[in-house]
Write a protein that binds this ligand. Structure first.
Ligand code: SF4
Length: 212
């Protein structure tokens, strides 16, 4: 099979670059995987005009420095399990920047420009972000992120899982757009529920000042 077989052509204008992460929850425990970046685009996917999202690796992001306003093209494979991905396409190849977006971003928030490395995101930590606020104000911000969440309901039977999406903010705690939204509830065995209280976010970002 050729390297491009089964791949869909796409091109479009980058409307955001955000980290591609996954969150695994098991009642009161959680762990993250930092996999790369998600380019949200407005353009054409397989000949159809639409908005879509493409997963790119950290090496591609470091080399091509995608940012809002770039016009980009490539090939990609439709994701096998949409419950575990924000992107529509992954295993991307043939990436090209056709037109470079503006150098300097307008007045933040939202924060545009080239996102930092995944190590920076991990080190900064995040706070939960209202899904409504994410959609209305943060979807273009490099500090915003939607994460696919896999929840192990019963650790004695780890195949019993549920999936959902949660939004988070890695940005400055003083950002005037920030709204936490309701606390996150995680289902467990025998109908039990874990509520992730505010102290979890406070602890995760305690090393940062309000404007960092
Ligand atoms: S709340 Fe967070 S994600 Fe939203 S604009 Fe502010 S820094 Fe960006």
């Amino acid at each position: 099979m050729g390297a491009t077989e089964g791949k869909r052509p796409w091109d479009g204008e980058v409307i955001s670059v955000q980290p591609r992460t996954r969150l695994l929850r098991s009642f009161d425990e959680r762990s993250h995987s930092y996999l790369g970046y998600v380019l949200h685009l407005r353009g054409t996917l397989d000949g159809e005009a639409r908005e879509f999202a493409v997963a790119v690796g950290p090496a591609a992001q470091a080399k091509l420095e995608f940012r809002v306003g770039d016009r980009v093209s490539g090939l990609g494979v439709p994701v096998a399990d949409p419950r575990t991905e924000i992107a529509d396409l992954y295993r991307v190849s043939g990436l090209r920047v056709l037109v470079r977006g503006p150098d300097s971003a307008s007045n933040p928030p939202p924060y545009l420009g080239i996102p930092p490395t995944l190590e920076v995101y991990r080190a900064r930590g995040h706070r939960r972000l209202s899904a409504t606020t994410y959609r209305s104000r943060c979807s273009s911000c490099l500090w915003g992120c939607e994460m696919p969440v896999e929840m192990i309901i019963d650790h004695w039977n780890p195949s019993k899982k549920r999936y959902r999406t949660e939004a988070f903010c890695y940005g400055p705690k003083s950002c005037p757009f920030y709204r936490p939204g309701p606390t996150r509830k995680v289902p467990g065995r025998r109908g039990m529920t874990w509520e992730e209280a505010d102290w979890v976010d406070e602890q995760d970002t305690a090393h940062r000042g309000p404007d960092e």
